[in-house]
Design a protein around this ligand. Structure first.
Ligand SMILES: [Fe+2]
Length: 293
C-alpha cells in the first residue's frame, strides 16, 4: 500500500501520513518521500503506532542523527536519545521539566548545529490541554513587508540557552552542574534556506535569540520582538492536540513551537507523558535506502 499524505482540512499546515507501520520496514522510496514531505508540510502525524523505544530511535534516524538532550536528568534510562516530557511529579526535589517548553522557541537553536526535526511519541494524553502550538516561518517570512525582508536578509543572530522573555512567559528548564559547561553563545543567520527544499524562512526569532551581530542590543531586541509577534500571529499558527500512540514530527527550521501550559498530573484524565527525540542533519537519500524503521 503506497504512503498517502492527507493535508489537514482544519489547519493551515500539517499532514496525516497513512499506510506506514513505523515498527516495521520502510522502503527506500518511502524514506525519501518522508524526508521531502516533512519540510513541505511542516508537520507529519502518524496515528496508532506501537513503538518500543528502540523502534522510535531507529525511525528517527530517517530524518537525521538523534541527539541526547542537554537536560541529562530527563533522559529515558537506557535510551539517552529519548527525552521524557511529563507533568507527573514524582520527586519535588528533582525538576521534571514540567512547563519547561511552554514558550515560543526552536529546539536546540542555542547550539552550533541546531535540531533539524523534533518528534514526540504520545504515551499518555490528557483529556484537555497538552497541545503543541506551531507557527510557519516560511509563510511568515513571505508575509514581511519588502523593506523588512530586505532589512532581515543578511543579519546574524546571537543565541544562548533559555527564554529571553521569561518575564512574560515560562522559563526554560534550568541547567544544573556540568550541563552549564555544555552551552555557550552561538550565532545563526536570521534568514535561512531550508537544506532540503531551499525555501527561505525566518529562523528562531524567540527564546534563545538575544541580539544581532553589529547592532545595539535595544535595537536588536526591538526587531526580534517585532518578528516574534509577526511569526506567532494567528494567520501563521496551528494548535496540535495529540492522541495516544501517535507520533508527531515537526521541521524545526520552518517552524517555531510552544507547549501549552499544563497543570501537574492529578489523575489519568490530565496526565501527559511524551517521549521526545530531536535529530540533527539530513541523511542523504542513498544512506536512507539502507535503513529500516
Ligand atoms: Fe521544544
Amino acid at each position: 500500500m503506497p504512503v498517502e499524505f492527507r493535508p489537514s482540512q482544519d489547519e493551515k499546515f500539517g499532514a496525516l501520513v497513512v499506510g506506514l507501520d513505523l515498527s516495521g520496514t520502510v522502503t527506500a522510496a518511502d524514506l525519501e518521500t518522508l524526508r521531502r514531505a516533512l519540510p513541505n508540510h511542516r508537520t507529519l502525524r502518524f496515528a496508532d503506532q506501537a513503538l518500543k523505544p528502540e523502534d522510535f530511535v531507529r525511525f528517527s534516524q530517517i530524518f537525521g542523527r538523534p541527539q541526547p538532550h542537554v537536560l541529562e536528568h530527563l533522559r529515558l534510562p537506557g535510551h539517552p536519545e529519548i527525552l521524557v516530557l511529563t507533568n507527573i511529579v514524582e520527586d519535588r526535589s528533582r525538576p521534571n521539566g514540567h512547563n519547561g517548553a511552554a514558550f515560543w522557541h526552536t529546539d536546540n537553536s542555542y547550539e552550533a548545529e541546531p535540531a533539524s526535526a523534533t518528534m514526540l511519541y504520545a504515551r499518555e494524553v490528557p483529556r484537555t490541554g497538552g497541545e503543541t502550538l506551531l507557527c510557519d516561518m516560511g509563510l511568515a517570512y513571505r508575509g514581511l513587508s519588502e523593506a523588512l525582508r530586505q532589512r532581515c536578509d543578511n543579519l546574524v543572530v546571537r543565541h544562548s540557552y533559555g527564554n529571553r522573555d521569561q518575564d512574560t512567559e515560562h522559563a526554560a528548564g534550568a541547567l544544573q552542574g556540568s550541563q552549564l559547561k555544555n552551552v555557550s553563545e552561538v550565532t545563526h543567520p536570521l534568514v535561512q534556506s531550508h537544506p532540503v527544499t531551499g525555501e527561505k524562512c525566518l529562523y528562531a526569532v524567540a527564546a534563545s535569540s538575544r541580539g544581532i551581530v553589529g547592532m545595539p542590543d535595544d535595537e536588536a531586541l526591538d526587531l526580534l520582538s517585532e518578528l516574534k509577534a509577526h511569526c506567532t500571529r494567528p494567520d501563521y499558527t496551528v494548535t496540535h492536540a495529540y492522541a495516544v500512540d501517535e507520533l508527531f514530527i515537526w521541521d524545526t527550521i520552518l517552524t517555531m513551537h510552544a507547549a501549552a501550559v499544563i497543570d501537574e498530573a492529578r489523575d489519568a484524565d490530565n496526565t501527559r507523558l511524551m517521549h521526545r527525540i530531536s535529530v540533527k542533519g539530513y541523511p542523504s537519500p542513498a544512506l536512507a535506502g539502507t535503513a529500516s524503521a
